[in-house]
Write a protein of this length. Sequence first.
Length: 483
Amino acid sequence: MAAFALSDGQRETLRALCDTVISRLSEEEVAETLRIPLADVDPEHVKAFCKTRGSDLGVPEAVEAALATHLPADIQRELSILLTAMGTRLGMLVLTGFASSFAALTPEQREQAVTGLRTSAISTKRKAFMSLKSLIALKTMGLDWSKTNPLNHGKEASSIWAALGYEGPAPHAEIEALTKAAGREEFVYTMLNSTISKDTTLTFDVVIVGSGCGGSVVAAQMAQAGKRVLVLDKGPYFKRRDMSSVEGEAFDKMYDRGGLITSEDTGISILSGSCFGGGSTINWACSLRTQDHVKKEWATEYGMPMFADGTFDAALDAVCSRLHVTIDGVVHNGSNSVLLKGCEKLGYEVDTAPQNLADVSWWQGGGFVSCGDRYGNKQTATETWLKDAALAQTPAQFADRCEVESVLHKGGVAQGVKAHIVGADGVTKYSLVVNAPIVVVSCGSIQSPALLLRSKIPDPHKQIGKNLRLHPVTGATAVMPKD
């Protein structure tokens, strides 16, 4: 199958789109922006921000690379068709009402055209454009362009970030000094990939697909019970120093499909981990227990009494204890403190969310935990359950960059998994079959049902993949006085 690549005409349209979403402001607009009071922000960075276009940063190239790397073939085709149509007079007439290629429109006309695509009643138009717009914004705001932006003010800080008052992540040396002083020595895992140089068949007592919040707990329990355990994850293993805490880089390397999964109508972005440690590596430290009314529903309506008789609560207690989940002594950052005070002033019910941090009063790096925790404070799977599994009397083994194609089964009984794995040279993929009488599928709420469906697991009630529930989260941005 040929690698995805845009044509010259499609690239011209993409470049124009990037320069419309991230546009260069006029001198009058720059002057108006500078009149907004922004404390502790160098106006030279603001000027550079206002004058920088997406193409100045190399955003079109970054977007094309992301399209080629992360998106499935059907979405690639949709975006290719959109870019092709926007490069022709007829296509633009049908899409936007303008009888001119998108690149030939004036800036004002381009804005009108993209607004029409964004609000279109035709879902395919809206879906394709929203995917592109989100990707353009992510590549612009989520990467450090300080060394490559020709309009950047100096080379010490990115003007794109500095104009917004964002300092960016701390350097590795500073973080390593802090973690050493705090006594947070890193446990380093050995990956089985280093032993793979040909198509391979292995035998274990237990094979676990997924190394995140579910799979890690099972791995520890099984290994401590004396079982020979192999944990597989399709994502790569990142040591602390391998992480940059740069959001765009984290999305590209640590999130499933580069963080570009959305609902079918593009209304909700769906973020999930795709790295060793799974979602625990990149999620927030917020650790909420299952609510009582949900447990009651599961127990009474679906015939699962363990959710009401204390069995599940005891399991939750054990997990929360190992993850050091607590609300005692939590220190809030500036944004959360403002929100907390505002809710209290308005009489809203508000409380502190439990956090799985080794030290909840130690705030360094808290704002970057969704990019991986380089400080070792968040109690992720790699800091807890996977470590327990690795240190068991019968140590668990681990493999990263190993994508499971199917669960092997016969007569309704699981027999192992079939996968492909990156071998010892770090490049070549080999076939891997793992024979095991116990197979645990725990690769997230998106990929677990996908794997079960691919495997044609018996599903007499046709429920696999039918009951996904999403928890919407929205962001609020504001400029306000400090006091």
